[in-house]
Write a protein that binds this ligand. Structure first.
Ligand code: NDP
Ligand code: X2W
Length: 354
């Protein structure tokens, strides 16, 4: 028997997922099986075609009888919308073919996030072979780009660090309150951020009881974050971004620093009004300490502000679940906007605390 988590509406939207065996893929399946307006029709795997999805992922047992199938453009093009939960370069090849057949796409990878193809190639080490698709892609941070997402055929879902960092800095930059050349983002991620593929560096014995920075000389999310913040500021920004790996499974915490151009008492009011109508950004009381466990499994970004005595620096703390607001949840949010569905459909999730 297959349990149906939601009363599915009559006008069902058919969904495909390329890369269903990865962490963001299985998170997409979890969210979409509980979504009232969509049906997951195709989930791909190259190596596990024919295997029941619920056999691989124990949380899905009893909720779907789908089997993985090999990635095939013809089968995927029968879907109304396809998510790519694949490494860089995969969407690049398949997306132009799907767009030509009228299928809309949300790419969770980075192939269409950076407007400048040459800059993308430098950071990702591949030639950008889909310039036309890149030209029409819309960067899928709804809090910044909702109107453009509504009519997009191709949405580039932001990276996990870029989501946490941009949401924290956006109000300050869009109001021109801080020195745009001296922004600092000190971010930490759980290990699921590195994906499900077996790598020695991600083994329990390698990451537990330990804490380290990485990408300190330049991480590929740097150009993506700078692109978004520069748009918000109206001029190129200077940013120092250093990610860290922490021994937990899910979650990102970003501690952000910006120098105020002049003292301001109403930063809290600014953040509250900036995000007043945003269903997935929670501005906490001034001086709060947001925890990653408070957003674990939910699509929320929780933000708080701090000031220290005799300092012109504003400190912003921002937390998300890297697999939800940092990936699959934000992708479903974008899908809802693209399809004209309620933006929160399938995303009314409260974090699982312990
Ligand atoms: N993990 C995270 O927190 C976040 C990840 N992202 C991005 O989302 C994407 C997916 O990440 P994640 O789920 O962690 O990755 P995983 O490594 O966990 O999964 C990758 C998936 O892609 C499939 N795949 C790999 N190569 C190909 C190919 N050539 N053709 C078709 N399918 C392929 C694999 O399936 P199979 O081998 O079975 O075919 C697998 O299901 C990446 O671009 C990542 O950078 C974005 C935000 C956050
Ligand atoms: C902990 C960890 O390893 N995190 C990943 C970020 C995952 C992500 O969001 O990256 P994409 O831009 O590829 O989508 C990293 O630093 O490479």
């Amino acid at each position: 028997m297959v349990r149906h988590l939601a009363e599915v509406s009559k006008l069902v939207v058919k969904i495909g997922i390329v890369g269903g065996t990865g962490y963001t893929g299985v998170e997409l399946i979890r969210l979409l099986l509980a979504h009232p307006e969509v049906e997951v029709a195709v989930v791909t795997s190259r190596g596990d075609a024919g295997v029941p999805v619920a056999e691989m992922f124990p949380n899905l047992r009893g909720f779907t009888d789908l089997c993985f199938s090999a990635p095939d453009v013809e089968a995927l093009s029968k879907c109304d919308l396809v998510f790519f939960a694949t490494p860089h370069g995969v969407a690049l090849e398949m997306v132009p073919q799907l767009l030509a057949k009228g299928t809309r796409v949300v790419d969770l990878g980075a192939d269409f996030r950076i407007r400048d193809a040459e800059l993308w190639s430098r950071w990702y080490g591949l030639p950008h072979t889909a310039p036309e698709a890149l030209a029409e892609a819309v960067y899928g941070l709804p809090e910044m780009n909702r109107t453009a997402i509504k009519s997009a055929r191709l949405v580039a879902n932001p990276g996990c660090y870029p989501t946490a960092v941009q949401l924290g800095f956006l109000p300050l930059l869009s109001k021109g309150l801080v020195d745009t050349q001296r922004l600092i983002a000190d971010a930490k991620s759980g290990v699921s951020g590195a994906g499900r593929q077996g790598k020695v560096a991600n083994l329990l014995c390698e990451v537990s009881e330990s804490f380290k920075a990485y990408g300190a000389s330049g991480h590929r999310h740097l150009p993506e974050i700078k692109q978004g913040l520069s748009l918000a500021a109206g001029a190129p920004v200077g940013l120092t971004f250093v990610p860290h790996l922490v021994p937990m499974i899910r979650g990102i915490e970003a501690t952000l620093y910006a120098e105020l151009k002049q003292d301001s008492d109403d930063l809290q009011a600014l953040f509250e009004s900036f995000y007043e109508n945003e269903p997935f950004v929670d501005v906490m009381p001034f001086g709060s300490l947001p925890e990653t466990r408070s957003v674990r499994g939910s699509n929320l970004c929780r933000i708080s502000l701090h000031r220290q005595p005799e300092s012109n620096v504003v400190i912003v703390l921002s937390v998300i679940d890297n697999l939800v607001k940092g990936a699959a949840g934000q992708a479903v949010q974008n899908m809802n906007i693209m399809l004209g569905l309620p933006e929160t459909a399938g995303l009314n999730l409260i974090a699982a605390l312990p």
